[in-house]
Design a protein around this ligand. Sequence first.
Ligand code: DON
Length: 574
Amino acid sequence: MKVTALFCRTFNYMLIVSLFLFSALNFGESQPPKKAKNGMVVTVSTPASLVGVQILKDGGNAVDAAVAVGFALAVTYPYAGNIGGGGFMVIHLANGKNTTIDFREKAPLKAFRDMYLDKNGNYIPSLSKEGALAVGVPGSVAGLIYALKKYGTMPLAKVIQPAIDLAKKGWKLDERTAESFSKTLDVFKKYPSSYKIFSKNGVPYKEGEIFKQPDLAWTLEQIKKNGRDGFYKGKVADLLVKQISEFGGIITKEDLLKYKPVERKPVIGTYRGYEIVSMPPPSSGGIALVELLNILENYHFDENDWGSSGYIHDLVEAMKYVYADRTKHLGDEDFYPVPKKGLISKAYAKSIFKKIKDVATPSKDIKAGNPLNYKESTETTHYSIYDKAGNAVSVTTTLNSAFGNKIIVEGAGFLLNNEMDDFSAKPGEPNQFGLLGTEANSIQPEKRMLSSMTPTIVLKNSQPYIIIGSPGGSTIITTVLQVIMNCIDFNMNIQEAIDAPRIHHQWLPDKIFHEKFAIIKDVMENLKKMGYKFADLHSNFRIIGRAEGILIDNSKNLIYGAADPRGGGSAEGY
Ligand code: DON
C-alpha cells in the first residue's frame, strides 16, 4: 500500500519534470536509416553529431570523435550532455579488444547512508533530487580525458575546440531545446546563476536565436589548458565547491581531487550467436540486458510474433524477474559483492524461463532469485560512433534529471547533476524512476550509485554489428533490449528497430508501461485476460527511451545510422 502511494508520488514528480520534453510520436513508415561508407556518428543533437563526424573526417578515430562529442553535447544539449555529470563508455577496438570506461559520479566523502532521512527515519524525496545535496562528484571530464589519452589519437586541444567554439560563438537553438529552456524557467528562477543563462533577463529564448555560453567556454578553456586539473583543481574547482557549499552541499576539493574514472571489463553475453558487449556495475544495464536476452533466447520468435500478446507476455515476464534481481543484487561492485557470473549465466536464465507460466505471474509472487547457485558463465544522452578502421564506441552520459539539479555553477557555466537519487535512500522507497533498491545500492562515501545506463555493442562474427544505447532511467535497459531484438529476431533495419513502439515493465509497480500504438486493442484485451494491468498511456513513461544506434552491414560494406524520432538529433556519416 505504502509502496503504491510512493510510486504515485514519484511518478507524478517524473511527470511534471519530464512530460513536456517529449513531443508526440509518429509511428508510421520509418524513414530509411542514414547510410555511409566510412564512419557514422549518431547523437541527440545535430551540432554535436556534426562535430563528431568532422573529427572522423580529420582522421580521428571513434574515441577521438566520442570525446569531442561528449564535450560538444555539454554545450548543445544541456538537458543531459554535461561536464558536471557522469556516464559510461563501451569500446570495441578494431584489434578485437573490448573495454569499458566508468566515469559515473561518486558519493562525496561526507555522504552517509541515511543522509536523505529525517530524524524519524522518513525519506525526504526532494533532498536526493533537488539542491546541492543531490550532487554526486562529477566524472565526465576525467572519463573523457582518460579515454582520449588511452584510446584516442588526437590531442585534447583539438577535440575540445569545437565545444569551445560552440559555447563562445553560440549556436542556433532548435525548437525542442528552446522549449525545454522556457518550460523549465520557473525552476531555473530559483537559481540566479541558471536563470541568467537559460533566459535573457527572464525573457525566454526562442527557436532560431543564437545561444552563447561564455562562462562555459571559459571552463572548457581551462580544461583545454590544464587537462583534468582544469576542472578538478584551480579556479573551476573553487567555483564548483563554492556553489555547492552555498546551497548546503557537502562536496569538497578533496572529493574532486580524488575522483578517478575506472576502466572495467565489459559484461559479455551471447544472444542467438551474436556477442553482447555491455556495461558492468556500477551500471545494472549490461547484466540486466544479458540476463533478459538469456531468458528470451529460450523462445523462438518470427516476424509474425512482433506485437502479439504472446510476445509481449514473454518480454514482460522476463522483465519482471530481471528487475526483481536488479533490486536485490545490483550495486557498485567495489562496495558490494554482485553475483555477476550467476546473473548472466545461461543456466540461471533457464531456471527463470522454466518458472514463466502462460499467464501473468503477479509481481508480488516474483522474488529476486539466487544466482549464487549458478557459477557457470559464458565469460563474459546516448551516442554511438563507428570509424573507418572498425572501432566502435557506445557512450551514455547523464546529469540524471532533465538539466540535472538545474543549478549552474556561477561563473563556470555548467550544470550540476542530481545523481545521488540513483542510490537507494531507504529500502522500499522508490527513486524518481520508481526503482527500488536494497543494501547493494545503499549510500556510502565514495560509492557509485547504481545506474540503468546500457551502452552496448553487439558483435557478429567478432565484428561490430549494432552500437546502441538510450536515456530513459529504468526504461533504458528494456529500450536497448527491444532495439536489439527488433534487429536480430524481427529483421528490422536500425531505423525501424528504433522507431517501433516499445513496452516496459520493471517488476514494481506491477503494470505494463507502453507507448502509443505499442499495444493494439485486441492484444490488450488478451493480455488483460492473462492478468496484466496497464499504466495509463498518458502517465509516466509516455515515451520509452530515445535510442541512438548504428548497424554495420559488412556484407555490403555499409554503415547505417539512426537517430530516435522521439528526440531531436541526427545520424551523420561520410
Ligand atoms: O543512471 C541512470 O540510470 C539514470 N541516472 C539515468 C537518467 C536518465 O536516463 C534520464 N533520462 N531520461
